[in-house]
Design a protein around this ligand. Structure first.
Ligand code: NCD
Ligand code: ZN
Length: 356
């Protein structure tokens, strides 16, 4: 596709990895996602975590109420719920989830790996075998935060080591289990997902496609660029961008937009998470345009995800235009503010409209 393109209309995209939080934060952020995406996979790492179908149903109701309040009717945005896997998740929980019609995955957080992961799994194959077997049988995907937490492993190597220590044994034991390697960040992860046998896929964030770890230290410590898994070297960014723009349907869009109030990011111990819901498609379009591959954006954003999850593609559209988009310095959020990724900078793509 020519780099002179000035407008692009694609099938309405979906976000396959999103943090919406709850209460007043949820009310503040849900509109940003629902304006761009038809559906989103909602992460269950609330406090306390969403561990049962009953908790997921109640959370879903709160999301639907918040979006309606923000002026977004149910037909325009559908939250796809997930359960938080713990050492105590039961086969019954899985059977209920599979039957529910609104739970679309179960999230694995290795205990201690990231924000609100204390209740996560301590020994996946040792503790969760029966549950994994039930998920495999039901066709319910396992969504994986793919980092080991072993303190002896260098932070930047946690994903590559996870492939060897967890992914390979997991998929050997459960070859038909659908697995999404969430927010992939390394060339080792890309290699694994490309060549593994069976139903494996990966989500890619906009920030890992656009930035390398220099962004964390440019001119001083930059807390708003800190997320988990952490940004990696340039060669990894290039491997991710290559995967995203390759047309391979194992790779699809997941923003991992993770709002934290400004004060908790700009702190002595700042928390992990980048807010990208406001300008998600602008960021992804910028990444795809950087390698002259806007023609592959629709597959990545709108077709590969539904195909993996066994859901229909959206019927609406989204149109991007080449136009200046100035990212605001901050946005109001629940009586505080949130700083969007790359605040104050400008992007050359802008969402112009969504259509029915
Ligand atoms: C996420 C959050 O804030 O909930 N943070 C992040 O850095 N991505 C958790 C997660 O997805 O790891
Ligand atoms: Zn996340």
């Amino acid at each position: 596709m020519s780099s002179t393109i000035t407008s692009l209309t694609i099938i309405r995209p979906d976000d396959w990895h999103l943090h919406l939080r709850d209460g007043a934060v949820l009310a503040s952020v849900v509109g940003d996602t629902a304006r761009q995406f038809g559906r989103a996979i909602i992460m269950p790492n609330l406090k306390p975590p969403v561990t049962t179908v009953a908790l997921a149903a109640a959370y879903r109701d709160r999301i639907l109420a918040a979006q309606e309040k923000a002026g977004i009717p149910q037909r325009d945005f559908t939250p796809l719920m997930t359960l938080y896997l713990t050492d105590n998740t039961s086969v019954q929980d899985i059977e209920q989830a599979a039957k529910s019609g609104f739970v679309h995955g179960v999230k694995l957080y290795p205990a201690g790996a990231t924000t609100n992961s204390d209740a996560g799994v301590t020994d996946l194959l040792g503790r969760c075998s029966l549950v994994l077997e039930a998920m495999q049988k039901a066709g319910l995907p396992l969504l994986v935060h793919g980092e080991v937490t072993d303190p002896d492993i260098d932070l930047f190597d946690r994903e590559a080591v996870f492939v060897d220590r967890v992914m390979i044994p997991l998929r050997r034991a459960f070859p038909e289990l659908k697995v999404v390697f969430e927010h992939l960040t390394t060339s080792e992860g890309v290699q694994y997902v490309r060549y593994a046998e069976g139903p494996v896929a990966a989500t890619l964030t906009a920030h890992h496609l656009l930035y390398n770890r220099n962004a964390l230290f440019a001119g001083g410590l930059q807390p708003h660029w800190y997320c988990l898994p952490v940004l990696k070297r340039e060669k990894h960014r290039q491997a991710l961008l290559d995967a995203a723009t390759s047309g391979n349907n194992r790779f699809f869009l997941g923003t991992d937009s993770a709002p934290h109030p400004r004060g908790l990011k700009e702190a002595a111990c700042g928390c992990a998470g980048c807010y990208t819901a406001l300008h998600a498609m602008e960021l992804y379009a910028t990444a795809f345009a950087s390698v002259d591959r806007l023609d592959r954006l629709e597959g990545f954003a709108s077709r590969h995800g539904p195909a993996f999850y066994g859901l229909p593609e959206n019927t609406g559209t989204l149109t991007l235009e080449r136009a200046d988009f100035k990212i605001p310095a901050e946005l109001p959020m629940a009586g505080s503010t949130v700083v969007p990724l790359a605040a104050g900078q400008s992007l050359q793509w802008k969402v112009a409209s969504t259509g029915a």
